[in-house]
Design a protein around this ligand. Structure first.
Ligand SMILES: Nc1ncnc2c1ncn2[C@@H]1O[C@H](COP(=O)(O)OP(=O)(O)OP(=O)(O)O)[C@@H](O)[C@H]1O
Length: 332
């Protein structure tokens, strides 16, 4: 198969009986019909065998676990690569993932797979190639995870405010990351407001929409007496996206990165199993801010609303009771 990537020679080996002139004609026709030349027909192989510095792909095996994309391991003489493909969605989703992984990788704090390449598949859809990580058996040490996550929050700073260079997705829901200088405005509009609008459009749920918007307009007192600096967040930190490498070092995967309030990172904590040692280690590096406890549910709310929008009414009551509690607490 490697030979397929070296143009006329490889063609020759596939059609050994054709006279040279016929071969050239065939090659020409093929190029005309398919502007993407043979070398580009499998851009994943092409990248691995060029910039990936491999001369041979020895094995390709599929990896289960993900819900949205097809995942594979490519073993080569230059090591292993992790590849995800999506047959219907264009490269923008993986570009968002690669930018997020790249930003986290650059902080040199917590381990994340290094992203290598994103592109379109010639048959439609897209792919991402990244560093393959050999996972260990355990979930890793909670206090190391807490410390390294806090180190990432501390190191990942933004000069453009809250947001990210591209929009990305949370699950399969679009996540809008328009740069905004004010956190309360960003969280109200692009996080809670976006999900509330989705619930209104999707389910006609005007009750949750109206109450939720009332909370958005009146939530400023929850942020009194704190300075909120934009920190690089993983954005979708739940147990399915947390692992450890074979040395027991924590690894975080599959991000929905943006620069936001550090506390928003705990919005998926209801599915993350963070224990006391995790939080103790985290707060040693990123001290707990006044009012942390009273904002906790506000950050869960975004993800409960997203689950309501993705998976239906089972999550509505959790979202609604958070909104009702805040409206009562704020007396609005
Ligand atoms: N860099 C990597 N190296 C090795 N294995 C990986 C790597 N990244 C992810 N995996 C494995 O592949 C599986 C699928 O990856 P991932 O969860 O990113 O897929 P996805 O379909 O994009 O995500 P999801 O459906 O969970 O949103 C994971 O459960 C994990 O076990």
């Amino acid at each position: 198969m490697v030979a397929l990537h070296v143009g006329i020679l490889s063609f020759n080996s596939c059609f050994p009986c054709l006279p040279h002139s016929r071969l050239l004609r065939l090659r020409f026709t093929k190029r005309k019909l398919f502007p993407v030349a043979a070398m580009d027909e499998d851009p994943i192989r092409e990248w691995i065998l060029s910039e990936g510095k491999a001369t041979q792909i020895t094995k390709i095996s599929s990896i289960g676990g993900g819900c949205i994309n097809l995942a594979s391991r490519y073993d080569t003489d230059a090591g292993s690569f992790f590849v995800k493909t999506n047959r219907s969605i264009g490269p923008s989703m993986f570009e968002g993932e690669a930018l997020g992984l790249g930003a986290m990788y650059e902080t040199r704090t917590i381990r994340v797979p290094r992203p290598f390449k994103v592109g379109p598949l010639p048959t439609g859809g897209s792919y991402i190639i990244m560093e393959f990580i050999e996972f260990g058996a355990s979930r890793g040490n909670q206090s190391v995870l807490g410390r390294k996550l806090a180190e990432m929050h501390k190191a990942g700073k933004s000069e453009r405010g809250f947001g990210f260079d591209v929009d990305n997705t949370i699950g399969s829901t679009p996540q809008i990351n328009t740069w905004t200088s004010d956190w309360i405005e960003f969280y109200g509009k692009h996080r809670l407001g976006y999900q509330l609008k989705l619930a209104l459009n999707q389910y006609g749920d005007s009750s949750i929409y109206q109450k939720g918007q009332r909370l958005v307009k009146n939530m400023a007192p929850l942020f009194e007496n704190i300075v909120i600096e934009p920190c690089l967040l993983h954005g979708d930190l739940w147990s399915g996206n947390i692992s450890s490498d074979k040395n027991g070092e924590p690894v975080i995967l599959d991000p929905a990165c943006y620069y936001g309030h550090s506390e928003a990172e705990f919005g998926m904590s209801w599915c993350a199993g963070f224990g006391g040692s995790f939080y103790d280690a985290y707060f040693k590096v990123m001290p707990k801010q006044p009012g942390f406890e009273k904002r906790r549910d506000l950050y869960l709310l975004y993800h409960y609303l997203n689950h309501y929008n993705l998976f239906g009414s089972g999550y509505r009551s959790s979202a609604m009771s958070i909104i009702d509690d805040y409206l009562r607490m704020l007396n609005v």
